[in-house]
Design a protein around this ligand. Structure first.
Ligand SMILES: [Zn+2]
Ligand SMILES: [Zn+2]
Length: 145
């Protein structure tokens, strides 16, 4: 697994509409493996992709680095269930944030309030870049997938 972005597939992201995301959204460019992770703020709500629930732990892990980097701390991935028992995975910086989410979403529960994935320590890496890609970089990245 990449020491910086926690995933061993260095071109797996973006998952959906990759060209559109790479062209138009600010990316966290992993200084270690080169993986691009969308870190764009949703213009309406001011939220980033990692603020939303993920359908699997694996996908949540792909975005965890952008949460850690944004908040400058090691965040955790928690398993959330809705009233039908459907699971989703959501990133929170700590239990307090998880609890306030649960208070505001009364149909959701979190059985195990320990993160199912989290790194030990937040680290900075000096080759990290956060910016939009040039058209040539988009083309190169896509050809490497
Ligand atoms: Zn994007
Ligand atoms: Zn990486």
């Amino acid at each position: 697994m990449c020491v910086e972005c926690y995933i061993d597939k260095s071109r797996i992201t973006p998952l959906l509409s990759p060209i559109n995301c790479l062209k138009n959204h600010t990316q966290y460019i992993c200084g270690t493996c080169g993986r691009c992770i969308c870190i764009e703020h949703d213009p309406k709500r001011g939220l980033q992709r990692w603020n939303f629930p993920f359908k699997s732990l694996e996908i949540a892990k792909m975005y965890l680095r952008t949460a850690d980097y944004t908040l400058k701390e090691a965040c955790g991935i928690y398993e959330i269930e809705n009233h039908k028992g459907k699971k989703s995975y959501k990133i929170f910086s700590n239990i307090k944030d998880l609890d306030s989410y649960l208070r505001n979403n009364s149909s959701k529960i979190c059985k195990n309030k320990n993160p199912i994935f989290k790194v030990d320590d937040y680290k900075e890496f000096y080759s990290t870049q956060v910016r939009k890609l040039s058209p040539n970089e988009v083309e190169k990245y896509m050809s490497e997938r």
